[in-house]
Design a protein around this ligand. Structure first.
Ligand SMILES: C[S@@+](CC[C@H](N)C(=O)[O-])C[C@H]1O[C@@H](n2cnc3c(N)ncnc32)[C@H](O)[C@@H]1O
Length: 271
């Protein structure tokens, strides 16, 4: 199986993984946690390093969570995290969301966080997620949009990074506007309008720790990552541009008055 999907413009290098490991059920899945019951069977699609997945496992002591990933290289980290947290009700495996090997109606909740935006056919993936959800079960998805962001100080390199990301993502066949498109994906995949709750919530980074994580994530992505390669290969920037953008991120993260925020679209769909 492919390491990661072709449209996935990021990768599993340390910089990306750090921003994924920061995520918890509380800071990334608040729109769904009130609907989780202790005996639920949950599928976490594109679980990455598993930080949200293991939080879900703690919420379902009488149930089970399965985390799946197309990029098998990251699964050992997810497994180690579950082991460190002493969890026995969570398993991880390699799979493509477009062709899940589960029978219809297997899970109470099928969840994906920041995954559909990286797929060439998000509606196809959502149909497959819907298929494996039980009747009366739920499909929940949250997708961020960097284009909705603000940053202070308003540094040119940060603004240029956002613009570059959107161009590289579009050129790679992924969907940087997936946050606002989620509701229409859900309708197209077969959910009725009355069965869908659409919402939005932000990611905001301003504490010393969060700025260090977000600033380093972008500075590193600009210096060595599949995103950098795609930006250069596509002729969207040259190495001098990328170095100047990275410098602005390093500057931003050291400032006490710095803040970043962007919106995430969310859908909670009942089957
Ligand atoms: C941005 S990461 C999000 C990881 C995790 N959900 C989180 O929020 O921390 C997107 C993940 O989706 C995975 N992915 C991409 N295409 C996939 C596919 N077709 N099937 C399953 N996973 C996929 C990538 O390998 C990557 O780990």
């Amino acid at each position: 199986m492919a390491h990661t999907s072709k449209a996935y413009v990021l990768d599993h290098k340390v910089a990306n993984i750090k921003s994924h490991q920061w995520r918890t059920a509380r800071n990334s899945a608040a729109f769904v946690i009130d609907s989780i019951h202790p005996d639920m069977y949950i599928l976490d699609v594109g679980c990455g390093p598993g930080s949200i997945t293991v939080d879900f496992a703690e919420m379902v002591p009488k149930g089970h969570v399965t985390g799946i990933e197309i990029g098998a290289d990251i699964l050992s980290q997810a497994q180690s995290l579950a082991h460190e947290r002493g969890l026995e009700n969570v398993t991880f495996g390699e799979a493509d969301v477009n062709a899940l090997k589960y029978p219809d109606a297997t899970f109470d909740l099928v969840f994906a966080h920041q995954v559909l935006q990286h797929l060439p056919e998000p509606v196809k993936a959502l149909r497959e997620m819907r298929r494996v959800a039980k009747l009366g079960g739920m499909v929940a998805v949250r997708e961020g949009e960097l284009g909705t962001s603000f940053a202070y100080p308003d540094l040119a390199g940060i603004r240029n990074t956002v613009e570059l990301y959107v161009r590289v993502a579009r050129n790679s066949g992924s969907h940087p506007d997936a946050g606002r498109e989620l509701l229409s994906y859900a309708l197209e995949s077969g959910f009725t309008r009355s069965a869908i709750t659409a919402s939005a919530s932000s990611f905001c980074f301003s504490s010393d720790e969060d700025r260090a994580m977000w600033g380093k994530t972008w500075s590193d992505r600009l210096q060595e990552s599949s995103f950098r390669k795609r930006a250069l290969d596509g002729g969207f920037a040259d190495p001098t541009d990328l170095e100047s953008y990275a410098k602005d991120w390093r500057d931003w993260m050291t400032r006490d008055n710095a803040i970043w925020a962007h919106l995430n679209g969310e859908i909670l769909c009942r089957k």
